[in-house]
Design a protein around this ligand. Structure first.
Ligand code: CS2
Ligand code: MG
Length: 409
């Protein structure tokens, strides 16, 4: 099982995805996801120019050893670009091992702990009524948990809103940032947003009672004391969790939130290594860990972290947005199925183009995800179809406050 080739495939079936393809001497092909939204070229170069050559000739079965080699053996370590490159390699190696022994990855992690995964979708409404309507539509498909967002009314100006900046493209709300509009930042006011957050949440709870679970993603926009105040005021509406209330650097800020409130906290899509989440997990500062399997170095460290989190009653709710590929969704689902402390899974619909490229073994129906028993990650990649969708240069949005200063989005 010597590694013969390490290649990348960049494709844009709506959004950009970077795939790692590893081929062994005996002809086994493994695929992994190395997509980092808005930084695809940096990861591609890291893989092709800097990491691939270390791997040629190594035994593909030595996954942990290769992980260590890439992570610290080559000196520069950590950060989203390198950890995403490493994740692509790691997933491809697990895929190869599964194909070699003809078993799914979850079997290598101890087998399934559950028959299906509960999933949640993003729902966005310009107004609270539109949001409730969107939830009703999704409820008709069986979904019972929602990550809700809304646009915030500017109380100082008639008919003006602070638009939610990070909308999922599938909702048709996302403002694509291209070279043409890259200099046009969106404006944000956290005070106004927080006021609406409490009111909208109260409205949703009042409208739906306990029929649904609610998650709100504040996307690191609060300072620790703002987050503590929001979490306290949200208590009566019993969220499943308040996501990313503060930036990951404010670990002590999480203590402040805990001190004031029992609203459960979810954190993690910006964590890149086990060191980032060690203190939040061990000190019980978070309830749901939301690491992104593609930005955290892949299956190997995500599974180890999940085992550690289990010892501290922290549940896993992997980051699973539309800006990572179905290969990443497959990888995280194999881990989700194999761990006792699975919490919930963020989920998205795939468009037709994606379905042409990625033939996955995951199926969503009635609010739950099931996984078949194909070997490895269980995803067949149609490389010819991938070639039809050329890379498109796209950028991440920028938020500024009313005075023009940069604000977290
Ligand atoms: C969001 C993401 O899904 C989520 O929880 O925070 O959509 C996030 O904005 C993107 O992954 C950024 O690329
Ligand atoms: Mg998030």
């Amino acid at each position: 099982m010597q590694i013969r080739k390490v290649e990348t495939i960049l494709t844009c079936p709506g959004r950009n995805y970077l795939i790692v393809k590893i081929t062994t001497e005996d002809g086994i092909i493994g695929y992994g996801d190395a997509t980092l939204n808005g930084r695809e070229m940096a990861v591609k170069a890291a893989l092709e120019e800097h990491l691939a050559k270390y791997l040629i000739g190594l035994d593909a079965g030595r996954i942990t050893d290769i992980w260590e080699l890439v992570y610290r053996g080559t000196y520069w370590r950590g950060g989203p670009v390198l950890m995403t490159a490493l994740a692509g390699i790691d997933m491809a190696l697990w895929d190869i091992k599964g194909k070699r022994y003809q078993i799914p990855v979850y079997q290598m992690l101890g087998g399934k702990c559950r028959d299906r995964l509960r999933a949640y979708y993003h729902v966005h409404g310009h107004t609270r009524e539109a949001l409730a309507e969107r939830i009703r539509q999704r409820m008709a498909d069986g979904c019972t948990c929602f990550r809700y967002s809304f646009d915030t009314k500017d109380s100082r100006k008639e008919d003006q809103y602070f638009n939610q900046p990070h909308q999922d493209i599938s909702l048709g709300k996302r403002i694509e940032v291209t070279e043409e509009n890259i200099k046009m930042p969106e404006v944000w006011d956290t005070g106004e947003y927080c006021r609406d957050l409490i009111a909208v949440t109260a409205y949703l709870r009042d409208t739906f009672g306990s029929k649904i679970d609610l998650i709100h993603d504040s996307h690191e926009r609060f300072t620790p004391i703002q987050a503590a105040a929001a979490a306290k005021r949200l208590e009566p509406y019993h969220l499943m969790f308040l996501e990313d209330p503060v930036e990951p650097v404010y670990t002590e800020g999480l203590e402040l939130i805990r001190h004031h409130s029992v609203t459960p906290i979810g954190m993690g899509e910006l964590y890149n290594s086990i060191k980032d989440c060690l203190i939040p997990i061990e000190k019980h500062l978070i309830d749901y860990l939301r690491i992104d399997i593609s930005h955290y170095g892949g299956i190997t460290p995500s599974w180890k972290t999940a085992v550690m989190a289990e010892q501290h009653a922290v549940r896993i709710a992997f980051h699973g947005p539309s800006d990572i590929s179905p290969l990443a969704h497959a990888a995280l689902a194999h881990v989700d199925f194999a761990i006792p402390n699975f919490g919930i899974q963020e989920w998205v619909d795939y468009n037709e183009e994606l379905n042409r490229i990625f033939h996955t073994d995951l199926h969503y129906a009635d609010g739950y995800i099931t996984l078949g028993d194909r070997p490895g990650l269980g995803v067949e990649v149609d490389e010819e179809a991938a070639k039809e969708y050329a890379y498109q240069s796209k950028f991440l949005p920028v938020l500024r406050d009313r005075e023009g200063a940069v604000h977290n989005w």
